[in-house]
Design a protein around this ligand. Structure first.
Ligand SMILES: Cc1cc2nc3c(=O)[nH]c(=O)nc-3n(C[C@H](O)[C@H](O)[C@H](O)COP(=O)(O)OP(=O)(O)OC[C@H]3O[C@@H](n4cnc5c(N)ncnc54)[C@H](O)[C@@H]3O)c2cc1C
Length: 501
């Protein structure tokens, strides 16, 4: 499934390609405005009667032709979850109007950037969604090295927009993930060990809070809220309208590598990768893949020439049966490749989210863990056995277990310096099942309890995780709660795993 590379050619595929290659993968008009409960403060009589009267951007209403397509999020599991309204604000003032309206009428509200929440938390039954896709401007202030990015920009457009201005930002490889969701929950990508998490590069944000104010948040104006936005998770505190990042000079080029092994070496390969990937040179960030079809590989990005890679990868290639390959590329084309896009930038968007978009949505289940100590053979073999069972028991759909290397710049940040607490991990891991296999996923996750830390990645948000307060935020949770109580005392911004639930 994940192809061996031999020499200088683009081989091996990312998760999206894996999904596609698997074949299995991956009310109306101006009606009564008030639904739901839980609103706060403002008197309805002072607010516009309808959401459309509260903002200039278009508001789609349940029952409008094509409403479902506008309302759907990335994961098809949530296609049955439909809000009453989807508003597309055109600026921060529009967001403020919508928030004031929702608070005044007690209408539950969810913000949406890219719509990729694993648990579907950027949609809801009834209530309103603010889809921020029109807030997607990307501007670099070269004199200060700061980029201001609209809250609804998708990652591939962030890479492209920054590259056009000579800059880059570490972020994930999935092209259609939204910049706000990924940043507020961390943001792990293939430049992460060199440049840190996306959120580590965040220096400011514009946010509309439940009191209806547009606030500029930075280390001077509100260091406490900035701290919370850096890893405290999407959907808390307010609706972000733009984000300000310290950006990096665009690397002239970078190298891609892929190492694959026969399935018989899978446990040893995983143990070896875990001893290497979090500790190797910062310029290398790698992902280890175990796939439902009994294939295993590690791929990644090196911010240096591919000629260095044979030496740097020697620990991995010494595992029996290894084969490897690599190639150099200029930076933006490599990000398109990592995104699984071979037909250029316009095509590298989900169908219906941008003109020319060709990528499909997916139907999947996921859970996550952190590994903080080297995995024993028994631990690695537990995962091999799980993949074997997926095959032998005819589990429907496809699946993968992925490991994102930490260490480097990520682990040099103190656990309390930002709200993102996971600074001692060797890697984050995630269990993914596409088009079925949820029971297999839960069993596999249960079987790994003896070998993992008990923490979980808040961006792989998991509605089935009862220990989420500790698992996502650890010792940072009490401080997050106090920030939430200060900026949103009535807890208007709410969802099943919101800070304060
Ligand atoms: C296919 C796929 C690939 C992924 N790859 C990576 C990866 O490489 N690295 C990584 O770190 N993560 C990755 N993720 C996880 C991703 O970071 C999270 O799912 C993230 O929350 C998605 O952000 P979004 O804006 O697309 O999602 P959304 O569903 O729009 O939002 C996620 C959460 O943030 C809230 N939110 C959205 N916009 C705003 C806003 N403007 N203000 C306040 N709250 C807001 C939403 O209400 C929701 O609670 C991936 C997810 C998928 C589905």
């Amino acid at each position: 499934m994940l192809v061996a590379a031999t020499t200088g050619r683009r081989e091996g595929i990312d998760r999206r390609s894996f999904l596609a290659g698997a074949g299995t993968a991956l009310l109306s008009g101006c009606g009564p405005a008030v639904v739901g409960s839980g609103g706060t403060a403002h008197k309805p009589s002072r607010a516009p009667r309808t959401l459309q009267q509260a903002m200039r951007g278009h508001v789609f209403t349940k029952g409008d032709p094509g409403f479902a397509g506008v309302a759907h999020v990335y994961n098809e599991r949530f296609d049955g979850v439909l809000p009453h309204w989807v508003g597309r604000p055109i600026d921060a003032a529009d967001v403020r109007g919508a928030v004031r309206w929702a608070v005044a009428h007690g209408v539950p509200l969810r913000a949406r950037s890219g719509g990729h929440s694993y648990a579907g938390y950027s949609t809801l039954s009834g209530g309103a969604v603010l889809d921020l896709r029109k807030l997607n401007r990307i501007h670099v202030d070269h004199s200060h090295g700061i980029a201001t990015i609209g809250a609804g920009a998708q990652l591939i457009d962030v890479y492209a927009g920054l590259a056009a201005q000579g800059a880059t930002l570490p972020a994930g490889s999935c092209p259609s993930v939204g910049i706000t969701g990924v940043t507020l929950g961390g943001g792990m990508g293939l430049a992460g060990r060199a440049f840190g998490l996306t959120t580590d590069n965040l220096v400011g944000a514009q946010i509309v809070t439940a009191d209806g104010r547009i606030r500029q948040v930075d280390k001077h104006t509100d260091p406490g809220l900035l701290w919370a936005l850096r890893g405290g998770g999407g959907g808390n505190f307010g609706v972000v309208t733009n984000l300000q990042f310290r950006v990096h000079r665009l690397p002239a080029s970078a190298a891609y590598f892929n190492v694959k092994w026969p399935w018989s070496s899978a446990a040893q390969a995983l143990m070896t990768w875990l001893q290497w990937a979090p500790h190797t040179r910062d310029q290398i960030t790698s992902i280890f893949h175990m796939n439902f079809d009994q294939t295993v590989n590690a791929n990644g990005q090196y911010l240096g020439p591919s000629s260095d890679l044979p030496g740097l990868l020697s620990a991995l290639t010494s595992v029996p049966g290894a084969s490897s390959g690599s190639f150099n590329s200029s930076y933006l084309p490599l990000q398109l490749f990592l995104a699984g896009c071979s037909h250029g930038l316009p095509a590298c968007h989900t169908v219906g989210t941008a003109p020319g978009g060709t990528l499909s949505r997916a139907l999947f289940w996921a859970k996550s863990d952190y590994i903080t100590h080297p995995l024993s053979h028994a631990g690695a073999q537990t995962l091999v056995n799980a993949i074997d069972q997926h095959q032998s028991q005819g589990v429907p759909g496809s699946a993968a277990i992925l490991f994102d290397a930490y260490g480097g710049a990520i682990n040099r940040v103190a656990p309390g310096a930002t709200a993102f607490v996971h600074r001692n991990a060797l890697c984050a891991m995630q269990y993914l099942a596409y088009n079925g296999g949820a029971s297999w996923l839960n069993q596999t996750y249960a079987s790994m309890r003896p070998y993992v830390s008990g923490m979980a990645y808040q961006n792989y948000i998991d509605s089935g995780l009862s220990t989420w307060r500790h698992a996502y935020y650890g010792s940072n949770y009490p401080r997050l709660l106090s920030v939430r109580q200060r900026v949103d005392p009535q807890h208007f911004f709410n969802f099943p795993q919101a800070i304060g639930r």
